[in-house]
Design a protein around this ligand. Structure first.
Ligand code: GAR
Length: 194
């Protein structure tokens, strides 16, 4: 069997997407192995889960770094130390410097809670409801220096209901994220294996 792609996941919070990637990767034939979970926040709920699963965890508290470049060069050093080949951003709520992003061409992916190119940035569900769109969803895409701009890997849609609030819509989109992200990781890892 071909070697599994050594993958790191970056989180800032609860890490439910991280969890969906870890669970999928536990299947024998999944082409990626989650080696490392890195958080920029010490209180990220997902860190405990990753540790329980026997995955290495690293916290780089961004408040202890003087500049973004300092934070990113430490993150790069951690990725090199663990021989990481692919990075998944999963609710990682920090912009990364172009130098860091450019070090991972075709090897860094992100999940965004909207159907890109619509609703880049924050508060996607509120904005979708305000516009009265009928369809919303999530996108997994390659990361490029411009935020939420890279090539789309896959999307999943949800129908917007008249009764939706930002919270109910977010919850339905999140369910689709948990399907989309493992599938995208599988596709990208399979491509890296050949
Ligand atoms: C997810 O909805 C993800 O798409 C979003 O944050 C949430 C993280 O949830 N990401 C962004 O908004 C990126 N700009 P999780 O920590 O439970 O995976």
């Amino acid at each position: 069997m071909m070697a599994k792609v050594r993958t790191a996941i970056f989180i800032s919070g609860g890490g439910s997407n991280m969890r969906s990637l870890v669970e999928a990767s536990q299947a024998a034939n999944f082409p990626a192995q989650i080696i490392l979970v890195l958080s920029n926040r010490p209180d990220a709920g997902g860190l405990a889960y990753a540790a329980e699963q026997g995955i290495a965890t690293v916290c780089l508290d961004h408040k202890t770094f003087k500049t973004r470049a300092d934070f990113d060069s430490e993150a790069q050093a951690v990725l090199e130390r663990f021989d990481i080949e692919l990075v998944c951003l999963a609710g990682f709520m920090r912009l990364l410097t172009p130098d860091f992003v450019n070090a991972w061409p075709g090897r860094m992916i992100n999940i965004h809670p909207a159907l890109l190119p619509a609703y880049k940035g924050l508060h996607t569900h509120e904005r979708a409801l305000a516009d009265k769109v009928k369809e919303h969803g999530c996108t997994v895409h390659f990361v490029t220096p411009e935020m939420d701009e890279g090539e789309i890997i896959l999307q999943r849609t949800v129908v917007v209901l008249e009764t939706d609030t930002p919270a109910t819509l977010a919850a339905r989109v999140l369910q689709q994220e948990h399907l989309a992200y493992p599938e995208a990781l599988r596709l990208v890892s399979q491509r890296l294996q050949v």
